[in-house]
Design a protein around this ligand. Sequence first.
Ligand code: 26V
Length: 818
Amino acid sequence: SQIENTEKIGFSKEEIKASFLKKLFYNLGRVPQVATENDLYKALALTVRDRAFRQFVRSTAEFAQKDARAVAYLSAEYLPGPHLGKNLLNLEITDETREALKELDLDLDEILREEVEPGLGNGGLGRLASCYMDSMATLGVPAIGYGIRYEFGIFNQNIKNGWQSEETDLWLHYGNPWEVVRPEIAYEIKFGGRTEHWVDENDKYQVEWIPDSELKGTAYDTPILGYQSNGIIMRLWKAEAIESFDFSVYNVGDYYKAVEKKMRSENLTKVLYPNDENLSGKELRLKQQYFFVSCSLQDIIRLQLMQGRKLEDLHKKFTIQLNDTHPSIAVAELMRLLVDEHQMEWVDAWNITKNTFAYTNHTLLPEALERWSVGLLGRLLPRHLEIIYEINNRFLNELKERNYNGEQMARMSLIDESGETSVRMAHLATVGSYKVNGVSALHSGLLKKQVLNDFADLWPEKFTNVTNGVDHRRFLGVSNPRLSELISKKIGKHWLTDLMQLHQLEKFSDDKTFQKKWMEIKLQNKKELAAHMEERTGISVDPKMLFDVHVKRIHEYKRQHLKVLHILSLYKRLKNGDDKNIVPTAFIFGGKAAPGYFMAKLIIKLINSVGDLVNNDEQVKDRLKVVFLPNFNVKQAQVVYPAADLSEQISLAGKEASGTGNMKFALNGALTVGTLDGANVEIREEVGDENFFLFGQSTEEVQKTRAEGYRPYKYYEQNEELREVLDLLISGELSDGDKELFRPLYNNLLQQDPYQLLKDYQSYIDKQEEIHKVWSKPGEWAKKSILNVANIGKFSSDRSIKDYCTTIWKIDPVRVED
Ligand code: 26V
């Protein structure tokens, strides 16, 4: 009723226009005549934010009234993408807003382009967290997304002379109209020092942690809207100094010391670590993880108590999802809060803890599995190290009782004593959780067979799969308005909340007029991307070419360089006058390399060098184009996916946990060329093998190849075209005569080739020939494209979240409607 009494803000064109002008005038002190693009963007963002907060307040009231069980999603990364366009769609006011602005002589699309996206993540994992926020909001899952408010997100990528260079991301520079700071929601966080143990007068064992530094985390809330109804918040923590602590105890002479300390505190949330899939054991990274975990757990406990609930019932009212092991120190922190701060018995606290957490694993790559050295962990979090040892002792005792031998116990221990003694965070997360899941059927299977094999044998019922999904409202609804409109005209708008409705398109796949409209839209989207690329790179591409797209983080396991070998083979053939079966193709790449990852940076240089060679060669430049689109992020992704004809998903089988780009491409009508890796397997199952270009070894074959002693050199010797292409790398032709530049890649492929490119090469080349043949038959291609979209319904993140609700969280969504 308090909500009812609050003035209802309208959604009509007139009301939006009035609100917008009011915001521009009163919040920004501008009239339209003198407003900058940024002023206009901000005024519109504030207009929309008012409406967004209303949804959030209503949902929260509803959830509270129902005393609903809630999810706390703990993720060190989020990649929400631009908020404005998405919120307009969710509020269903895109057209009204466009009209309102038009009456003021303003263009909505131009304003949308002004938004700088929050790049608070590296790639797949962070983007998945944001897709899940959207779906939780839409479905009415009571949820809060907790994370870190990095001041500098993922770096901006520039390409200089073909090399990647990194530039600081200043996303907060112009202010962030979407967030609201909550200064009263702040928690103290301790680091370092020592612990004291004693038995008190009631014979109770007591522990006190005496830290050597403290700081606080303050909440910043961003509303995340669901489609048409609900809204939830993403609560990000910013590190600040505790002023009273610093300033009062020091005398005037130490004022500057105190200032320094303040600055040191604020450093904690300054910057996102840009390494995906590689851990360097950095102290600040562990501090970030503990910081956001402790703030979030203290907040959850506050919410539990505030609702008049008992702490003993925490696991009944909250489930906490760990997005990879990055927040897994939470297992020890919750134990500390319950036992040390809330005086609970260990056994009771452990029962709550292991029934509260659930853990999602996102990678099997050994170099990405988190371990923290006992030395570092003990120095930073002495109490947590003790707790981890205690959890481990009790766990190993349990194993002993089950007659496990020493070798098995050493393998399963939370502590790895084989090298530098360290804590295996995946083991901590597994032992401390009631469910563990992988992110595709294949990956969840491998997780049980490889990394967590012993645990899966011990607790088979703990392990499950939830195949990833994507926010189709963003990646089709917002980013591909033309296709969305065509689909809605044919089958209605119901697909926005039920992607399975796309099945209805199946019956039009042979319809020539429909095929024509379908491909006409693709062409329009390609024109837009071509214009965008030309603006960014100066390279012009004919929109009629086949758009063959490879966008994702640059990593050897993703095999961007296999794509390069293919391009070079086509180049060679064209130069030799052998142009049969080669259709004009634009090869489009995008993605960031971790700043310290030499091979990945060399691959970027290679792509650009191949581009220079091909794009400037009179003989081939109308047949092949190579573009590296700099700074691939969510905003650019929204222009790329709708324009793709072919989606490259060519990782070595068994390496890509799921992939989510694969889903976004297919959702926009691209056909996939891919290996049997991650979610590709399930995409192929859904769209049908005749509509999917499969190549390469299976996971089992990859393992067999390795077991038999893989010798890449054999393929170099036996395959003439492959040999010529590889030799081109060190010929100097790509590098102004420099024969050494690409030698590290060449040597790596010939000597180790850990991702077996050479073994999969021929199968890839053959498949590409088939692809070019199909492209020459537009009707056939169009049909396959339509069938891909018609059968992609499974990969909505709405389905993933429903799976989490039923198989893991045991939550019934509560949809609030007007
Ligand atoms: C690890 C580290 C190590 C420390 C430094 C920062 C950092 C950041 C991220 C990671 C692990 C990234 C794991 C990841 O992103 N996995 C991807 O998750 C996607 C969503 O489930 C999935 O689709 C991709 O296949 C998988 O690679």
